[in-house]
Design a protein around this ligand. Sequence first.
Ligand code: PDD
Length: 287
Amino acid sequence: MGRIAYVNGRYVHQAEAVVHIEDRGYQFADAVYEVWALFGGKLADPEGHFARLERSLSELRIPMPMTRAALTTVLRETVRRNRVREGLVYLQVSRGVAPRDHAFPAAHVAPAVVVTVSRVDRDATDARAAKGVSVVTTPENRWGRCDIKTVGLLPNALAKQKAREVGAVEAWFVDDLGLVTEGASSNAWIVDGDGILRTRDTNANILRGVTRLSLIDVAREAGLKVEERPFTPDEARAAKEAFITGAGSLVLPVVAVDGKPVGDGAPGPVALKLRRLYIERAKASAI
Ligand code: PDD
């Protein structure tokens, strides 16, 4: 069975799914997206992702294409038709289709909606977590509104490619102050020498990661101290542990930054425990 996508009101075979060549998402990256992790066919962290979707759309003055309830039905139905239990759901909403003109279309256009589902091999990702991953750093070169989850991801794609070419899994952007902002598709964390969990604050130009927010809760419930305070790549290497969070990576230990080990170069107990606790909580609250 081939994969099924939802495209503007219809469920279609992905090989036959098409979007208009004048979709503003295609021409101007005038579109936002969300990614949900799927556990047992259910959407993890639903509230956080819907809230961020609504915020991203409202910052760009794109209307919600349908109610949350209707969107939930569409996401679930796309998952069901693909028969995926462990995976990811991708939703993209663009401003819609209009003759090419940078400013918004004068007349009302309906937002264009696409949903796809992909399978994740959780055994493989658990094995990756048990080994830990490497990251590389790269100068921050993105626009000033990384809090909006737009499909304008060229700097992220280039950074990820840079990482891949040296066998790393993620690239961390480093801003003009020499501080890590976040990863190309994840948030960045360390466990510092005092055992304090640190991740960049949301006043900085970063995406407000849904996994990040849940994990702050999970960590505090587990009695850990969390500070939204930046760190440098040197501080990451000198830290006890480092890790990344995101719908794709969940919680993934980082064992090297720019080819130099973090701590003793092996995944740390805090990151591995938080991974387990996060997954437990995500499964319990998935819808
Ligand atoms: N990326 N920072 C960036 C730049 C991201 O693209 C992502 C997610 C995150 C983590 O956010 P969350 O915890 O809400 O997934 C942080 C998704 C998974 C992607 O682009 O595929």
